[in-house]
Structure formats: C-alpha cells, structure tokens
Design a protein around this ligand. Structure first.
Ligand code: ZN
Length: 279
C-alpha cells in the first residue's frame, strides 16, 4: 500500500511530465473504481491544461485550467504508468488514461480498485469530504512539538494509534509510524498522554526525518521518478524495524539482553519495535 513518501514520489513523477501540458485525450474504461467516476470527468479533462500538483496526506491533487482539481487516491494497489506514446501492450486493469500534448501517456492501473478519482473546485480543495477535518501535513511547520503535545494531552490511546489518527496528523501510515517511533526510541504501546514534552520533542523530528529520507531515497533511486517500465514512484526501502521480526535492530548490539525486533498487533495492524530501546 503506497504511503506518503511513495505518493509524493508519484506526484513528482506526474509533475515532471504533465505540468504545463494540455490533455489531448482522456479515456475511462469502466464507470467506477472505489466510487463512480464523477459525472463529466472526460469532458472536464479533455483540452484542459495541467497547471500544477499538490499532495495532501495520501491524495494527489492535479490542478487544471478551468478551475477543477482532480483528486486522486492510489488506494491499496494503484499505480501510475507513464509511457512516451502508446505502450507496447495496454496494461491490465487500466481504468483511466490521459494523453498529453507532449506525447506522454499516463495510465491509472489498479487491480483491486480501492483507488479513486474525483473532481473538486481548486479554490475549495480542502473542503472536499475526503480532506476536510485532516490535521496538518507532517512535513509542514504547522506540525510542531507544541501542536503534537497539545493534541496528545490527556489521550489514553497508544501513541501509535494517535499518530495514525488523520485528525492529529495527516498521511502517516503504519510503516512510517513504526519507523518514526523506533527512531524516537518511544514504545508504540506508550499511552499518548505521556508523550508531550521531551518525548514529543524527539518524535516530531523523527517523523519528519523518516519521511524526508524516504522521499529523498525515492527521488534519487528513480530517473525522473520513473522506473524503467514506466511505473511511477515505488522504490525499495530498507526498513529499520518494519517487517524485521526476530532480527536484531541496528542499535541492539549496544544494548545487552536485546531479544530483537518484536511484532505485536495494535488495532488490527502489525507493529514492529524493539522493546529494549523503545520505552
Ligand atoms: Zn534492539
């Protein structure tokens, strides 16, 4: 499932090929993905110029001349395939195709169809029902130690669950929360109300650094954010704790008696952490 850094990398890849270009042809191959495509989508896309892009949480907003923004979510398995001209073979499960006047072709492929596409007036992007009520972007200055401390005050839920709450901070997913908590040396089971102060002062920079490093790795490992097969944005990660059950974590050798990375289940999701270094 694409998380914030992957979505950011996909967005940058789209920007590199689409910004300033006109959409000469738009095709939808079925009536819906997770939800029905909005009425008039093809007409609104065709002939519009792509003015720019914005990411909000795990959503991509593509701003068009004419005042519409296209709100795109990649869901569980959504991928953007970019090809210079027609592909050798049209990918299976390609639901939306955009052909640009610079010759590039963009296909939205999503076998499981948890992805979605909607239209929203650019002037009212944040009022869209999927975006309204979201907390600050984790990489914005608005996401600060003071802000997080205030949001966690008095909360008797585990800090991991609080960080996954999109009203507290937008766009953090399971993997990056595990990684950031490891980096901050905070136990995922610690109750949120005990985090404000010194722990929040470690946690906020840990979240920002974890995401920034992943975005940087994504950009530098791909040419124009595009893989050789035209797929945008996904890249290999080296997780420090995620998926590493039983392995020593990178700081373990300094800590005697470490049992390695543990996996527990919180709110139905796997959490990976080192009980020795995360308190
Ligand atoms: Zn360890």
């Amino acid at each position: 499932m694409p998380e914030l850094p992957e979505v950011e990398t996909v967005m940058r890849g789209l920007r590199a090929r689409m910004e300033g270009q006109r959409i000469v042809r738009a095709v939808v191959n079925r009536p819906d993905m997770r939800w029905p495509f909005p009425k008039g989508l093809v007409e609104r896309l065709t002939g519009a110029t792509v003015l720019g892009f914005r990411r909000r949480a795990k959503y991509i907003l593509m701003r068009l001349s004419g005042g519409d923004s296209v709100l795109i979510h990649l869901g569980m398995s959504g991928r953007m395939i970019l090809t210079p001209g027609a592909p050798n073979a049209v990918p299976a499960h390609e639901h939306l195709v955009l052909e640009m006047d610079n010759g590039w072709r963009v296909g939205f492929v999503d076998p499981r169809r948890f992805g979605s596409v909607d239209l929203v007036p650019t002037a009212r992007e944040d009022a869209h029902k999927l975006l309204t009520g979201m907390g600050p972007e984790p990489l914005d200055d608005a996401f600060s130690v003071a802000m997080l401390s205030e949001a966690l005050k008095g909360k008797r839920t585990p800090v991991k669950a609080a960080l996954l709450d999109q009203r507290i901070v937008a766009g953090l997913g399971n993997i990056y929360v595990c990684e950031a908590l490891f980096r901050a040396r905070i136990s995922p089971s610690r109750l949120a109300y005990s985090v404000p102060g010194a722990r929040a002062a470690r946690l906020v920079p840990a979240i920002k650094a974890t995401l920034t490093e992943a975005i940087k790795a994504g950009g530098s490992s791909l040419r124009d954010y595009v893989q050789p097969d035209g797929e945008l944005g996904y890249f290999q990660h080296a997780w420090k704790v995620y998926g590493r059950e039983g392995e020593p974590c990178e700081v373990c050798p300094e800590h005697r008696g470490c049992e390695g990375v543990r996996r527990i289940v919180q709110s139905g999701r796997s959490t990976f952490y080192c009980a020795k270094v995360q308190k």
